[in-house]
Design a protein around this ligand. Structure first.
Ligand SMILES: NC(=O)c1ccc[n+]([C@@H]2O[C@H](COP(=O)([O-])OP(=O)(O)OC[C@H]3O[C@@H](n4cnc5c(N)ncnc54)[C@H](OP(=O)(O)O)[C@@H]3O)[C@@H](O)[C@H]2O)c1
Length: 374
């Protein structure tokens, strides 16, 4: 049922496979919490996780989550090292997300870590491989089981927190700019919430991969400095400046060809007024909490389009397009062309503080949880 390392195979001559797997997991658990494997006992068959037991209430830090002792065909057990926190995790734990998993659940969808065990049929991954993975839930945990189709080898140059910050933001920004907006080199892109995780990925890709002229709109001086550092050609502080007027000045009246908007509300309405003739606006989220109504007459006058994108849904509805965006991002990362920015790393025990920090609008780039010791 399990694929074992050479040492584990030798051990398996003396012990049944499930005992060998249990020992491998226990050894890894011991290494991670810093105790000697000889202390292994029943307590190493449980692990720590942050659990949502009631929507809208703080997560509970539990140390008694059973560590899986067997895997189904195609599954991988990951010893989690870091988890990227997404805005969706905040909404999910508050009960405000479009998906509502049954309680209790362990949030966390963007994971990096080491392979601790592989199930039958997994041929491209081995124990100790450094990997990144996507899962609907379960990342805020020392161990999690994920289908091997959603696990990829980590680009060697990345540390665990950066690896956990890569896929969702960059995958979404990549698909928004390519498949959805069909951006061309030299076009002008306006990115709102440009210092946030998704916005910064769009700025990075727009400047450094697609050769576009990028206008980054965000709130505050510090955020402005960061987007400039990432290469944005123009910065608008939309908490102080009139975004529409500034875009008009920067583009000499033409407007932006492509707009990436994860904010919604009034910012989206200003985007409609800042788009060029035949421009494309991609609506990606509503961080403002306000879902805007599209004034169709404005689209007619400018012959422009508003398009939506929910990147996660492509894993089921268009797996090839989803896989293409991931493969492209991993390649760009290996080539050193994109680099995620992690502004703050919290220990797993401070998962509630991390979620609050993300919601406070103070974060830039990605916020991560450090789970393992590496
Ligand atoms: N469609 C998809 O597939 C997809 C994928 C990933 C994320 N998203 C969505 O995109 C949005 C942004 O995600 P993210 O990961 O970039 O989040 P993030 O890193 O937390 O950035 C959100 C940014 O939104 C801006 N903002 C404006 N009004 C806000 C408010 N009232 N409260 C909080 N923030 C506000 C803030 O930037 P300023 O201070 O600069 O305004 C904030 O930094 C979320 O709604 C998320 O669900 C969608």
């Amino acid at each position: 049922m399990f694929k074992l390392t050479k040492t584990a195979c030798k051990m398996s001559l003396r012990r049944p496979p499930e005992v060998v797997l249990r020992c491998a997991i226990a050894k890894e658990a011991c290494r991670r919490v810093g105790i000697s494997p000889c202390l292994t006992s029943a307590r190493t068959h449980v692990h720590k996780a942050a659990v949502c037991t009631e929507l809208g209430k703080p997560l509970q830090i539990r140390t008694d989550i059973p560590t899986p002792q067997s895997l189904e065909k195609g599954q991988v057990l990951i010893a989690v090292q870091a988890v990227g926190i997404n805005f969706a995790d905040v909404l999910l734990c508050a009960g405000l997300y479009q998906e509502k998993p049954p309680l209790p659940f362990i949030p966390g969808s963007e994971i990096s870590g080491e392979v601790a065990a592989v199930g039958e049929g997994v041929t491209d991954l081995a124990i100790n491989d450094r990997v990144l993975a996507l899962s609907r839930l379960s990342g805020f945990s020392e161990f999690c089981v994920i289908d091997s189709k959603a696990v990829w080898k980590m680009p060697e140059t990345l540390a665990y927190p950066e690896a956990a910050a890569l896929l969702v933001s960059y995958g979404t920004a990549f698909m928004a700019l390519t498949r959805t907006a069909q951006v061309k080199p030299g076009e002008t892109i306006l990115v709102t919430a440009a210092a946030g995780a998704l916005g910064l990925a769009a700025v990075d890709l727009g400047v450094n991969t697609f050769g576009c002229n990028v206008i980054a709109a965000c709130g505050g001086e510090e955020k402005g400095l960061l987007v400039k550092e990432k290469g944005a050609h123009h910065v608008i502080d939309y908490t102080k400046e009139d975004m529409r007027q500034r875009v008009k000045e920067i583009t000499e009246g033409r407007g932006a060809n492509v707009i990436i908007d994860p904010v919604g509300g009034q910012v989206f309405m200003d985007c409609i007024r800042s788009v060029a003739f035949e421009g494309r606006i991609v609506t990606l989220g509503y961080a403002s909490g306000d879902i805007p109504k599209v004034p169709a007459n404005h689209l007619l006058v400018k012959s422009c389009s508003v398009m939506g994108l929910y990147w996660g849904s492509y894993s089921k509805l268009h797996p090839e397009a989803h896989a293409h965006s991931i493969a492209s991002i991993l390649r760009l990362s290996r080539e050193g062309k994109v680099s995620p920015h992690v502004s703050k790393v919290f220990p797993l025990e401070q998962a509630n503080e991390a979620l609050r920090f993300l919601h406070s609008r103070k974060s830039t780039g990605k916020v991560c949880l450090q789970v393992g010791k590496d």
